[in-house]
Design a protein around this ligand. Sequence first.
Ligand SMILES: Cc1ncc(COP(=O)(O)O)c(C=O)c1O
Length: 399
Amino acid sequence: MNKVFWHFSRRSQMMKGSIIRETLKITKKPGIISFGGGLPATESFPIEELVVATEKVLREKSEHSLQYGTTEGYPPLRELIADFLGRRGIKAKTDEIMITGGSQQGLDLVGRLFFDWGDSVIMPRPTYLGAIQAFNAYDTHNIGLRSDDSGITVDTMEEEILTNNPRLIYLVPTFQNPDGRTIPAERRQKIINLSSKYGVPIIEDDPYSEINFQERIPLAMRAMAPDHVILLGTFSKLLCPGFRIAWICAPKEVLDRIVLLKQGADLFTNTFGQHVIYEYAKDGALDGHIEKLKVMYKSRRDKMIQSMIDYFPQDVKFTRPAGGLFLWVELPENINTTELLPKAVEKNVAYIPGDAFYPNPGGYNCMRLNYSMPNEDQIEEGIKRLAELFIETLDKQGK
Ligand SMILES: Cc1ncc(COP(=O)(O)O)c(C=O)c1O
């Protein structure tokens, strides 16, 4: 018999475990305060309303909701999403929207559609780890461009496009996971100009723009350039991730191809969940729910920032996001947050080390903190514990 029986694909051999999943395991440790996950607050889930919607869907809609569905998704839900996007200035027809099994599936499908083995993709550093993972499955050459307070910088973007001929520009332009940064309108326009000059489509991954703590946010890139931008949205953070229901909004010619790819992947997204979300959201309940989330997450964000001001040493920097679920902490260059993590866990506090969010090596002195899951008391206590650790580490280095 051959020594090696399983001949795994090159793709599967390149996949690495996710530091986030590893850290989520730590969060099961009793007494730990975790800033590591990216979960919406469990106590926010509108259980009673979902029970009513579920019962109605089961009793009155079972012939469709329990049956095979179309790959594009449940038409009334797609219409509802088109209307929802319309209120943010994104004009989308129902046939430009497809339902996916989470935005994570959207990222994989986009990868399948655009990347041949080894193709380049431009993205910010840091950026969403799940996108890096999804694209790595296609052996992409990831070009991470530096970020400043306004997100991805554009000074070297044109040069990178000319040198590497990227197939896509991947962005989370509003309240990015992991740093909470938002790209302002003027920079969005510059990126769009480069996209159209060189024919490089933009992926606007947008789970967070509705979780907005300020009055105005920049116009969605999809609204600025509907022909160049593929938008991904999701119910995961606006309602709950368990349904795995999200959407892609793209020009029809792009969507038609994604539909074919999705057929091969899973035929269609969970029909039952689509019906329940539609039933729940159709009379405006989702809007009210999002308003509540904004209030809850804003006070958690405020608590985290105030605690960091109160307890962190001066030379620790952090972002102050105006929405979303995360902020980004930057320690002095010589501190490695991966090495620090076991010590943090000893102190019963967890985070995700920054290098996980870098498409190329880097970010070793940074970390992502989540403020949607822990409550305000836990936030203050967890930040105190982190501050203690930082002070001890900096003191030791000073000696
Ligand atoms: C930027 C970004 N894109 C996509 C996703 C995946 O979302 P979903 O739960 O819809 O798969 C997340 C989840 O955290 C995210 O932060």
